[in-house]
Design a protein around this ligand. Structure first.
Ligand code: 5GP
Ligand code: ZN
Length: 138
């Protein structure tokens, strides 16, 4: 994908501060970090979202996230981190090449949690919850 920023980073056409690389996965510091150590983990092949990512590559990305999360925390002396994907444009994904964020977190950093994603939670009945669970597990 010639016009994809992250593919250009993989190709070495755009510089990045690489912190991990193997045959399938690249990890580098975010250019506009939310915290010191904010790291992005991507598959080298271009796939837009997690939904498009082949399962074996998803496992490689998860393995890198698993390995790097403690390394990132240690590097900036963070006691915790938020690890997340903005999965699709409606979820706020700006770069259409799947990437996991490792954002180091600190006591009283003023950041919020996954539960702050929405301002109003849906009020779902038991039947609606049963229906959704059945559809997901189908
Ligand atoms: P998204 O909103 O798509 O989940 O996050 C995209 C992330 O990529 C943002 O945090 C942004 O700062 C980062 N980013 C965008 N362009 C570049 C770039 O050229 N280099 C690096 N290292 N990070 C980038
Ligand atoms: Zn790409």
């Amino acid at each position: 994908m010639d016009d994809c920023i992250f593919c250009q980073i993989v190709a070495g056409d755009i510089p990045s501060r690489t912190v991990y690389e193997d045959d399938d996965v690249l990890a580098f510091l975010d250019a506009n970090p939310l915290a010191p150590g904010h790291t992005l983990v991507i598959p080298k092949d271009h796939h837009e979202t997690l939904n498009d990512l082949p399962e074996d590559l998803g496992s490689e990305v998860m393995a890198a996230l698993h390995r790097l999360t403690p390394a990132v925390e240690d590097a900036v002396d963070a006691p915790a981190s938020t690890v997340a994907f903005n999965n699709g444009e409606a979820a706020g994904q700006e770069v259409p090449h799947v990437h996991g964020h490792i954002v180091p977190r600190f006591e009283d950093d003023g950041g919020r949690t996954i539960h702050a994603l929405v301002s109003e939670r849906p009020d779902l009945s038991d039947d609606e919850l049963d229906d959704i669970a059945a559809k997901i597990s189908d």
